[in-house]
Every structure is written in C-alpha cells, then in structure tokens.
Design a protein around this ligand. Structure first.
Ligand code: BES
Ligand code: ZN
Length: 867
C-alpha cells in the first residue's frame, strides 16, 4: 500500500525551477535544480512525476563532481526512479533535471484555460484590447492540490516535504506572469520574442502550493495592508468587477493578522480569476486562484447569495495563508486541519466584516448538510486514512469542511472564543514553516484551556457519525433525563454503541423563570434535578452543537405550540431539520412533519425557510406524478402568506436578508408550488426588467429566471441561451446557464444535455449542470440515460472532482426502478469516485426510496385535503 509514498532517504530543501510554456501548442519544457540531502548512501532517488518526460538527469556534490543518471517512470504510482552509476554518499547534493510536459485539458497540473471573447456592449472596448493571436486568448495556469504538482515538474509531491521554491518563467513578451512571490528580475531572452521573469524565493512550503499563471492579464491598483500589496487579477476587460473582492481581501488579510498575531507569510497577495477552474478557489501562497464567479462580481446586480459566496471564498483562501500554507497537515488524512479551520475562520472573518449578514446563523445550513452525510452508515471519520491520490481528492467533502468546521465552532463555544484563539495562536506559532498532526492541535488547545481536549474531541474527529440526544422530564417535571445514541437514517452502522462527550447548552423555563444551563454528557444517560417544575426546554441553545435532538412528546408539544415565542431562528431551523431527519430515519411519521410545517406559515427567517423548502423539494422527488399537483397545493398553502406579505419589490428600509428571502420564496412558489399567479407576475416583471435593469431587485431577478424556465418553452429557452452566451458578469452567466436545466420540455432538456459535452459549456460547469438535471423531476430519466451513454466521454473530458460532484445527482433518481438501474450501472463499470463517495450517494438514494416505500400511502392521505 505504501508504494504511493516516497521514502525519506532523500529530502529536498530548495528547488530552482525554470518553465517555458508554449501556449498555442499546449506543451511546456522545464529545467530544475533541487538541493537535496541524502540521509544515507543511495544509488537511486525516487520522486513523483506524472505525464512528464524526463530528458537529462545529473547530480553534483559540493566538491563539484557531476554524475549522470537515468530516469524511468511508473505511470501507475506516478513516480520516477532516478538511477546513478555509483552509490551516492550521504550529505548534500544538487540534482538537475530537464523535462517536458503537456498543458493538461483536465484543469489540473499545469493547464490551459481559454478566454471567451467578450461580445457584450459594455465590454466592447475590451474586445479590441484582446489581441487576435491565439496565444493571447489562452491562459496557462496551475492547480496542484492535492497531488498534481508532479504533472508540472518532478518533485517530492507530499505535503511534508516542504522546501523553498525559486521560480523563473520564460514567456512571450506580450504576456504577464504571476507566481507565489514578487518579481525580482526581468529580461529579454536574446534572439527570441520572449522574456524571462524571475520570482523571489518562497518561504518553506509544500509543493501543492506552488503556482504559476501566464497570459494576458489585468490587475486592479494594489491596496496595501501593513505594506503587503493586495491586487485582483483577471482577463482583460473585467477589472470593474473586482472592487468587492478587493475590499473583502483587504479586510480579511488585516483581520487574520490580528486574530493569529502572526504576520502574513508572503511578500504580496494576488487574487486571480481564471476562466476555467476545477474548484472554487485555491490557496497558493501569495497567488490565490479562483473561478470567476467566486471573485468577480457586480455588487449592484448580484443576489445576496452571490455576494456572500465571493466574501466566503476570499476569506477562506486568505485564512489558508496561515492554516495550510504556513502550517500544513503532515498528510492528507489530516486535511481537516487545513480545510475545517479555513471554513471556521472564513465565518469568523465574514461575520466581523458584515455582522448584518448573520453569517453564523447561515452556517447552520452547512452544519445541517454535514449532519445529513454523517448520518449515513457509510459516513467516515473526519480524519481518515488516505493512500492513493484519488482518495486524497475524495477528502474534500462536507465532512472535512462542514463537519470539521462545525465541530470547531462547538469547541470554540465550549472553551470560549478567547481561550480557543489562544490555543490556535500557540498551534500556529509552534508549527510555522512546518507540518502538524491533529495531536499537535489538541496539545495547544489543552495548554490554553487546561481541559482534556483529546478525550472531548476524539469521538468527533476520529469516529464517523454523531449522536442524537433524547431529552425527557421525570418526577412531574422536576428532573431532566438526557440520553445519547448514534443517529443513522438506516441501520447498519458499525459502532452504533459508541459514546460522545457532548457539550450541551440548554434553556429551560422553571417556575416562570428562564435560565441557560450546560452539561457535558459523556455517558449513555444523565439525570439533572431542576429547582422546580419545568414549563419547557430548548436543547442545543444557540444551535452550535453537532448533534440532533429528540424531545419526548410532551416537551416537543410545548415547543411547537409557540415556536416564535420560545425559539431563536437557528433553534427553529434545527427543530424543523431534526424532525425532518427523524422522518427520513423512520423514527417519526411523515404526517407529523407535514403538520409541523403548517405552523411556520408566519416564518420570517430565510434559513428556516431553506429547511422547509428543501424538505418539500425532497418530497417532490419521491412523489408519483399523479399526486404532484396536490403537493404543489401544499407548497402554495405553506408559502402563500409569506409570499403575499413580501410582494415583488423591496422596501427601502429592508435588510439584505429579507431581500434574499423574497427571492427564494418567489422562486419556490413559481416552481415547486407551480403557482400561476407568480408565473404570470414573473413574466410581466421580467419584461420590464429587460428594458430597464433597475425594474427588479437582483434577488428577485434570479427568481424570475428560474420561474420562467420552469413555466416557459421554446421562446424563453432561446432567449436564456442567448443571455448565457452574452452574459455581462460571471453570476449572470451562471444563472442563465443553470436555468437551462429548469425547463420541462423534453426536447429543450435534450438541447441542454447536448451542451454539456459538445464544448459549449466549460468543463468546469458542465458536471454541475448534469447534476441539476439528474436531480430535476422533469429531466432526471433523460439525464440518466444520457449519462450512461456518455460516461466514457465525460470521464475523459471533465475534471476529476467535477465527475464526482456530478454523480451526486444520482441521489435524485428516487424510484425503485431507477435505483436498481443505478446500482447495476456503477457496479458493472466498477466505477470508484474515491474514498466512500459512491457508497454515500447510493445510501442517500436508498433512504429516499425507502421513504417512498414507507410513507407513500400516508402522504397520499395527508395530501387528500388539498383536492
Ligand atoms: N484547498 C481548496 C481547493 C481544493 C479543493 C483543492 C478540492 C483540491 C481539491 C480550497 O481552499 C477550497 O476549499 N476551495 C473551496 C471553496 C471554499 C470557500 C470552501 C472550493 O473550491 O470549493
Ligand atoms: Zn480550503
């Protein structure tokens, strides 16, 4: 199993790398000299390389003698073996290699991205600015995490082999080059139309953080944070969309220096928007790369969700400059030390930047997404064994990010923010320029808090799953009984009897007096005496705990009778979400859940609505077509009052959050509720908006597009396709693109499917479009057939991570027949999506079909009232 891992007999400390890309031909050549230390005498050196050709190998010791070597590549383990004619003595050597490789088509390693010509009016001048030579419409860019630096230069491509990198890029005179550090030298290469750009040496860091970007690029003016220049880069003609991101970046950089009390580890900070990008963004030290939707935005035309996305991603990546770049996990099993912390710190920073966004409340939605996957028997522990590169990539999931982040938030709330921050500062200071393990974090937090952190945290990080806490009252309401067991939707979890140490915050009303209390529940059951008789209790006060709550019937009754008086929005969110989860798990009947939703007609919180709408959408997926009109009637019944209250236009005094809610309710009413009045209203308002963009609020515009797709036909399709092609902003492009998956006509949906593989839709977006189609009631069977027919082609074209996310769409194929077909397909092709990904999708599908099998009669009975 360790054939993937490199031996520690040879350790690199410094790379000098020179790379010369040829953009039009899609190739590059390179040369590197690596300073290495031989820990023992060896006659061969093993390092990583993939899809590279190694031409010359020499090695030199400090006395100047040069030995030639030969290279052989093993494509399967992605390693190169360098052999030398004699044994090399222990000590310092300089290894020199020349090599060549390809600019990859799968958005990994060193790859090419194509700049789409701008066709819109506003940006017309930029068309002229973009030259017509092919090399000027291409950008060459790197994406190395997790294990693709080895596709750009031979290297020790494991996070623990930290080294200094000194990069030189040789590029055409008309282009720009960016790398991790500032430019320290630039000169023409005699006899060519090329120039050589030399960058300052980096700090000691992991290979996956090295970056180079070459192309026609434009930057904003730099803004300085304690002397560090911060710039946003993009392809020509888009810098007017960079202001918002630059503001967040400047705020976050300053914020983190204060929070961590450690200076920023780079010498400049560039944030670069790349037209084709596999992920959301990548935290290369000093040269963070983004997909365009995550960086470039028009503040006046964007929805609240779109703005939060940009702020989140920018803050997240800048948080990584410390968590990840300065201190790095020793191996991919500890990825959560990077990603959960960046997720947590992203919330802290965005919350400090815009308190009115109530970012931590919305984090409840992310926590719920983690509870969903972690409730599977096929879940995994946050820290999890990784052997092959594919398994490393599968670690970038909701368990690492959202569960990890939620568990950190729970711990922060338990220790108190000051103590927690103190522990974090110690951890970073102790391991800077080096790597760390989870036990190092425990040690630092333990020193800061004087608490047994490993004992408290073990169950949350090293075990899959989480508990459901049941609360009952005894002795005529004078005693509370708390008990715990693992929550799963289906039976079959291995260690169902495991116990967690659960920090429980709760609020009770006793003798008319409300008090907040806490308890660390570490046994199966604990009792607690109250000073009087209980009126009601809210468990998981503030909603920070990573567990579910099950109230005894009498206690639940009190809460649902007066949810708006007793519960805060996040507590209402958790209540809805937990009751829904119990329904999916078969612990409580669907009818009860549907009754509960009736109490929320007056709800004003957007997150609570998110939970309600998600459950309606889920039911829409499992309901037989003949009953769908009744479900639509239920949706109209639940949403109606809120939709009328909010209307179509925001009040001047309204918060961004209310605007967001209006958009989401209109969207759901016009699609899930299939409401004719909202659809007609959307047609009228969209017509006005086409002539006057200020006629509708951005949050409403996004809803109009989705509603019109749902209710529209050929004419709307043609119009939206054109809007996608001519979009003025990345967000607008994305909205119109995704609307193409929301039509219901089979012919139109077939056209959308064709776009996903014919080159018109970028491969960074196509998998997500297929996923939407797989999850849509109108498109799923057709999309599934299409996926089966085109699987090999998709595998070839799409980036690896995209393929994995596309397959999440199978969870929407919720009929017994489709489920059987899905299982047959994946097993006949022996498809693995890395880690436990596929198993989890199949289990989610099983849960949906099981709900249908168990509850369809009850659902029909309940819905009969809407006939
Ligand atoms: N380090 C990741 C990028 C990444 C993701 C590399 C998957 C390799 C595989 C980056 O910091 C990240 O987490 N990006 C997120 C966005 C973030 C705001 C959650 C992403 O790309 O989705
Ligand atoms: Zn990250």
């Amino acid at each position: 199993m360790h054939s993937y891992r490199l031996p520690w007999s040879v350790v690199p400390s410094r790379y000098e790398i020179r790379i010369e890309p040829d953009l039009p031909s899609g190739n590059f050549t390179g040369a590197e000299t690596v300073e290495v230390t031989l820990q023992e005498p060896v006659s061969e050196i093993v390092l990583n390389a993939a899809e590279l050709q190694i031409h010359q190998v020499t090695i030199q010791d400090d006395r100047g003698g040069v030995l030639p070597g030969t290279a052989t590549l093993d494509e399967k383990t992605e390693r190169a073996r360098l052999r030398f004619p004699q044994t090399l003595r222990q000590g310092a050597w300089r290894l020199s290699l020349t090599f060549s490789g390809i600019l990859d088509g799968k958005l990994r390693g060193f790859y090419r991205s194509k700049v789409k010509p701008l066709r819109s009016q506003v940006l017309a001048e930029a068309i002229a600015a973009v030259g017509d030579r092919e090399e000027e419409t291409l950008v060459a860019v790197t994406q190395f995490e997790a294990t693709d630096a080895r596709r750009a230069f031979p290297c020790w491509d494991e996070p623990a082999f930290k080294a200094v990198f000194q990069v030189t890029l040789v590029i055409p005179v008309g282009l720009t080059a960016i790398s991790n550090t500032s430019v320290v030298g630039e000169g023409l290469v005699p006899g060519t139309r090329k120039k050589e750009i030399r960058f300052a040496p980096t700090i000691k860091m992991s290979t996956y953080l090295v970056a180079f970007i070459v192309g026609r690029l434009e930057a904003t003016e730099a803004m300085s944070v304690n002397g560090t220049p911060v710039r946003i880069w993009c392809v020509p003609g888009k810098t007017h969309l960079a202001k918002f991101a630059q503001e967040v970046a400047v705020f976050s950089l300053r914020f983190f220096q204060d929070y961590y009390e450690i200076p920023y580890p780079g010498d400049k900070l560039d944030l670069i928007a790349i037209p084709d990008f596999a992920f959301g963004a990548m935290e290369n030290l000093g040269a963070i790369t983004f997909r365009e939707t995550a960086l470039l935005v028009d503040e006046r035309a964007a929805t609240h969700t779109e703005l939060v996305r940009v702020a989140d991603v920018v803050a997240h990546e800048i948080a990584h400059m410390w968590f990840g770049d300065l201190v790095t996990m020793a191996w991919w099993n500890g990825l959560w030390l990077n990603e959960a912390f960046a997720t947590f710190m992203e919330m802290v920073a965005v919350d400090a930047w815009k308190p009115a966004w109530e970012r931590w409340a919305t984090f409840g939605v992310s926590r719920a997404a983690a509870l969903e996957v972690d409730g599977l028997a096929s879940s995994r522990a946050v820290e999890f064994d990784v052997v092959a590169p594919k398994d490393a990539e599968a670690m970038f999931d909701v368990l690492t990010y959202e569960k990890g982040g939620a568990v950190l938030r729970m711990l922060e709330q338990y220790l108190g923010p000051t103590v927690f921050r103190d522990g974090v500062q110690r951890y970073l200071a102790d391991h800077q320029f080096a790597t760390a393990e989870t036990s190092d974090l425990w040690r630092a937090l333990g020193e800061a808090s004087n608490l047994p952190i490993p004992a408290i945290m073990e169950g949350w990080i090293f075990r899959p799953g989480y508990p459901i806490v049941t609360v009952r009252s005894d002795d005529q309401g004078r005693t509370l009984r708390f008990s715990q067991r693992r929550f799963t939707y289906l039976d079959g979890a291995a260690d169902a009897s495991h116990l967690w140490q659960i920090p429980i915050n709760f609020r009770v009303r006793v003798n008319g007096e409300i008090r907040s209390m806490r308890l660390l529940l570490s046994s199966t059951e604990e009792r607690m005496a109250l000073p009087g008789q209980i009126d009601w209790i809210v468990v998981n006060e503030g909603g920070h705990g990573f567990y579910r709550v099950c109230y005894a019937a009498d206690l639940l009754e009190k809460l649902v009778e007066a949810p708006f008086d007793i519960l805060s929005p996040i507590e209402r969110f958790n209540l809805v979400n937990d009751v829904w989860a119990s329904t999916l798990a078969g612990l409580s009947p669907l009818g009860e859940y549907l009754e509960l939703t009736a109490r929320f007609r007056g709800e004003t919180d957007r997150n609570v609505w998110t939970a309600l709408l998600a459950s309606f959408a889920y039911l829409n997926c499992i309901i037989p077509p003949s009953h769908r009109p009744l479900l639509e009637a239920l949706v109209r019944d639940r949403l109606g009052p809120a939709v009328s209250r909010l209307g179509w236009a925001p009040l001047a005094s309204e918060s961004e959050l209310v605007r967001q809610l209006r958009g989401e309710l209109l969207l759901a009413m016009g699609t899930l509720g299939d409401d004719a009045a909202v659809q007609a209203g959307a047609r009228d308002l969209y017509a006005s908006y086409r002539h006057d963009p200020s006629a509708a609020d951005p949050d409403v515009v996004a809803a109009l597009i989705a509603v019109l797709a749902h209710s529209g036909g050929e004419a709307e399709y043609a119009q939206f396709l054109e809007k996608f092609r001519m979009a003025q902003t990345p967000q607008e492009e994305k909205r119109y693109l995704h609307s193409l998956a929301g039509f219901r006509d089979q012919g139109l949906l077939q056209r959308t499917l064709d776009l996903t593989i014919n080159g018109e839709v970028r491969t960074q977006d196509a998998p997500y479009l297929v996923r939407s189609l797989l999850m849509s009631v109108a498109g799923r069977e057709q999309a599934w057939r299409f996926l089966k027919q085109n699987w090999e082609r998709m595998e070839r074209q799409y980036p690896q991570g995209g393929l994995r996310r596309m397959c999440e769409g199978i969870t929407g194929l919720a009929t017994p027949a489709l489920e059987a077909d899905v299982r047959g397909f994946f097993s006949s092709k022996s498809i693995s999506l890395g880690g436990k990904t596929l198993e989890q999708y199949l289990e989610q599908l099983r849960i949906a079909v099981a709900l249908q099998e168990r509850e369809s009669a009850a659902l029909a009975t309940y819905l009969a009232r809407f006939e």
